[in-house]
Design a protein around this ligand. Structure first.
Ligand SMILES: [Zn+2]
Ligand SMILES: [Zn+2]
Length: 153
């Protein structure tokens, strides 16, 4: 493995012990998939991960990537997201909380966090008697690059 950070070592260790619990074998193919996932910048679909995985080991099949991402989600290393009911996209689960802006034209996903919005959501929930445990906010629009392209064309 290239340069592994402490947290990716932790993720690997957790994945291995989850495989043991599930009585599944730890395989070199699974390792490559986990490596590729942890190196990525997030929000990748199985298709995209599969593309990157194949560059390292062309013998790894789509189904193996799909199943490994399910396992990573089950053991809490990956978060599965469905933006506007699109195909599943995966990001590393233990990142800081953040929300998403999604470009409807090119599909770019931008992460952001805005303290006032976070606080207002807490307030709104409390007003209705809820103790907030979490939320997912997705904002849809046209990104800066796409807007620039449009005005030029
Ligand atoms: Zn765009
Ligand atoms: Zn994200």
């Amino acid at each position: 493995m290239a340069k592994a950070t402490a947290s990716s070592d932790d993720a690997f260790a957790r994945f291995k012990s989850y495989l043991r619990e599930q009585r599944l074998k730890s395989t070199a193919q699974r390792d490559v998939i986990v490596e590729v996932f942890l190196e990525g910048s997030g929000h990748a679909s199985v298709e995209e991960l599969y593309g990157r995985v194949r560059k390292r080991n062309p013998r790894i099949g789509y189904a193996t990537v799909y199943r490994t991402m399910k396992l990573l989600t089950e053991c809490g290393i990956a978060d599965e997201r469905h933006f506007r009911n699109g195909e599943a996209r995966y990001e590393i689960a233990e990142k800081e909380h953040h929300d998403h802006l999604i470009c409807e034209r090119c599909g770019k996903i931008v992460e952001f966090e805005e303290d006032r919005i976070e606080a207002l959501q807490e307030q709104a929930a409390r007003k209705l008697g809820f103790e907030l445990r979490g939320h997912k906010m997705e904002l849809y629009g046209i990104c800066a690059d796409c807007r620039r392209k449009k005005s030029r064309g």
